[in-house]
Ligand binder design. Structure first.
Ligand code: PEP
Ligand code: MG
Length: 314
């Protein structure tokens, strides 16, 4: 089965009855973009740009960043790249960005809220992305957005840079990984170009379980019905405004979750590059109606164990 999935990895991501779901790769390093293409990825759905910043003793300058991003863009050869802006802080400090001691780093200065406190670092990154992309399909994604105000603050910087360097339009979207942003998806959907659901953090913040907690890991399940309802709200709000929604958390490559996410209407699944052939094969086993049935049954349960048992019984 695995061999067949691999042999068919360049087929487009779609269900047996032709419903299209783009299958993209998550990358932690631009050097892996060529591998992602080789595994059949239809683009990069999440470039975790932290690696560019962690690899240096001081903030990487404009040219260093342009060279990094260009490597991925060239390897993708016209396929879309979703680049997430710097998502450090909290548990991932940067030596050259001293942060106050925090009791709860996961609830502290991280993601977009940290980036907006040092707009010059964010601005250099955005400029590098725009220059590196030229007219190639770049999508910029903001991490840990909790409401429209943070999106607008970042968008103002992007728009100013675009005008300054005469860069072509890019899609600008947000990660949905804080419950507030899922609950406020109708307001965000008015202005963003897309959503990508980060189920790792969304599960953590919805269930109040640290995503790395060893003893609680069995309970930290993205197939929890509370998380699924937030995903459903997000997709409905996005589609009502004609925007697309991806999932880039680990749930996107869980074989039990793939039909549920497709049935909820997710347009793109972004998974680790080795999982691309398997996720495409899973899609080909399904019809859209079957996927909708999986979603409906999952949403009707009260616990994640009940969701998994009910899906197993299908
Ligand atoms: C997520 O939170 O689901 C996500 C994809 O981002 P990260 O794992 O980098 O926090
Ligand atoms: Mg996250």
């Amino acid at each position: 089965r695995e061999r067949q999935a691999y042999a068919e990895r360049f087929e487009p991501g779609q269900t047996r009855d032709g419903h299209r779901v783009e299958v993209a790769a998550n990358l932690g390093n631009t050097a892996h973009a060529a591998d992602a293409v080789e595994q059949g990825a239809e683009g990069v759905g999440l470039l975790r740009t932290e690696f560019v910043f962690m690899a240096h003793a001081e903030a990487p300058d404009l040219d260093t960043q342009i060279a990094e991003y260009r490597e991925a863009i060239e390897a993708l050869d016209g396929r879309p790249l979703v680049a997430r802006t710097l998502d450090v802080g909290g548990d991932k400090p940067l030596p050259y960005w001293p942060l106050p001691q925090e009791d709860n780093p996961f609830l502290g200065l991280r993601g977009i809220r940290l980036a907006l406190t040092r707009p010059e670092i964010l601005e250099t990154q955005l400029r590098a992305l725009l220059v590196a992309a030229g007219d190639k399909p770049l999508r910029i994604m903001l991490p840990m957005v909790k409401d429209i105000a943070e999106f607008r603050a970042a968008r103002a910087i992007v728009e100013r840079l675009q005008e300054e360097i005469q860069a072509p339009d890019v899609q600008l979207g947000v990660m949905i990984e804080i419950p507030s942003s899922a609950l406020l998806a109708p307001s965000l959907a008015e202005e963003v170009d897309f959503f990508s659901i980060g189920t790792n953090d969304l599960t953590q913040y919805t269930l109040a379980i640290d995503r790395g907690h060893a003893e609680l890991s069995a309970q930290s399940d993205g197939l929890h019905p509370a998380v699924l309802r937030l995903i459903q709200m997000t997709v409905e709000a996005a589609h009502a405004k004609g925007k697309w929604v991806g999932v880039c958390g680990e749930l996107a490559s869980d074989p039990q979750a793939v039909p549920v996410l497709v049935g909820l209407g997710v347009d793109e699944l972004s998974v680790s590059l080795r999982q691309v052939p398997m996720v495409k094969a899973r899609l080909r086993e399904l019809t859209l109606d079957e996927a909708r049935r999986h979603a409906e049954i999952a949403l009707a349960q009260a616990t994640s164990d009940a969701v998994r048992e009910a899906l197993e019984a299908l």
